[in-house]
Design a protein around this ligand. Structure first.
Ligand SMILES: [Zn+2]
Ligand SMILES: [Zn+2]
Length: 345
């Protein structure tokens, strides 16, 4: 073998080794990207809201930035994800638990467009937000129902509330957005309460959504049955802090959610919740102690010791430390794992 062939062989072995090593560690579904996936990150910001959406075309949207106290965590999260710019920045309404982290976001990332409702607040944080928007030479786009944010590359992104100019309650000014990607749909409602929810129902918007970001951290003043029946989500995400002083989520809201048979996922219990979809299938992942756990979606679990793989619902799964996750049977077979006769047909 000549020198060139040897070095070629060595590099091939190196690449193969890296590949095998990579597969043996925890499979990280989020890193592989074929340009077809939409990701929704419900970021754990304690008592507050912050949702990062990564579109298949590479664009990003940040809806709310959590309270100021967790802005450092938020910036870390966005930097870890290697977010370079935010194409659409939405502050649903001028409450601190939603806009508190946004000044820091504007300081750290290039922002293309900013959306705020037509509602001001006499607060330091709101003034800070306006200052940063000005510094960045951005014009505020007033978010109200009927406004289309994007309609391209298979994504439809619309604002469906607020539907009025005057509310006595600031929460009802919340910008409510609906994102549709093939069969997948997401509704993010900020802190919109009963009044705004009923307006959306009355206006006849197509509210049906696969995933609902539950209004106002699971407060009883949101999530009316009339609204929930129209949205009819498979998954309902509640963003809130552990042992918060508001008593969120309220038991009335939880009961109404249970009545529509939706799966409730909470950031106070799970930390950051990530939904990944190709427009048809959904994977729900979360981060607990830096270990990604797949909560939903089709996947298989292998036993690193016995090299046998199981369906995720099998009742003879290996201990957690011996588990390896595969996205498909083919992947498991390719890695030399054999199917468990009882659970894989
Ligand atoms: Zn709030
Ligand atoms: Zn609020």
């Amino acid at each position: 073998m000549n020198k060139r062939k040897v070095s070629l062989l060595l590099s091939l072995l190196l690449v193969l080794g890296m590949f095998l090593f990579g597969c043996e560690s925890n499979i990280d579904f989020l890193d592989e990207d074929d340009g077809n996936n939409l990701l929704v990150n419900f970021i754990d910001v304690g008592q507050g809201d912050s949702t990062l959406i990564e579109f298949p075309n590479g664009e990003t949207c940040l809806i709310d930035g959590g309270p100021r106290s967790s802005s450092e965590d938020l910036i870390d999260f966005l930097k870890t994800k290697k977010i370079e710019k935010i194409d659409y920045l939405i502050g649903t309404h001028p409450h601190e638990d939603h806009i508190g982290g946004l000044p820091e976001v504007l300081k750290n990332f290039k922002v293309e467009k900013v959306y705020l409702p037509n509602k001001t607040a006499n607060t330091v944080i709101f003034e800070d937000l306006l200052k940063e928007i000005k510094k960045n030479d951005l014009k505020i786009i007033v978010g109200k129902s009927g406004l289309n944010i994007a309609d391209k590359d298979g994504i439809k992104f619309d604002i469906i509330a607020p539907n009025n100019e005057n509310y006595s309650n600031t929460n009802n000014y919340s910008i409510v957005t609906k994102i549709v990607y093939k069969d997948f749909s997401l509704l993010v409602t900020g802190d919109a309460e009963r009044e705004s929810e009923l307006e959306m129902v009355e206006k006849g918007y197509d509210l049906k959504s696969k995933v609902l970001k539950v209004g106002h951290h699971g407060s009883s003043t949101s999530s009316t049955s009339e609204f929930l029946e129209k949205v009819n989500p498979d998954y309902s995400i509640i963003s809130l802090g552990k042992d918060n002083s508001y008593g969120h989520p309220h038991k009335e809201a939880i009961e109404r959610l249970e009545q529509i048979n939706t799966k409730i996922l909470r950031t106070d219990e799970l930390g950051t919740i990530v939904i990944k979809t190709d427009g048809e299938n959904i994977e729900i992942l979360n981060k607990i102690e830096n270990d990604k756990t797949v909560l939903e979606g089709k996947y298989f679990i292998g036993n690193k010791n016995t090299k046998v793989f199981h369906s995720k619902d099998c009742n003879s799964l290996p201990n957690k430390e011996n588990q390896i996750t595969f996205k498909s049977e083919e992947e498991a077979l390719k890695e030399g794992y054999k199917p468990h006769g009882k659970c894989i047909k």
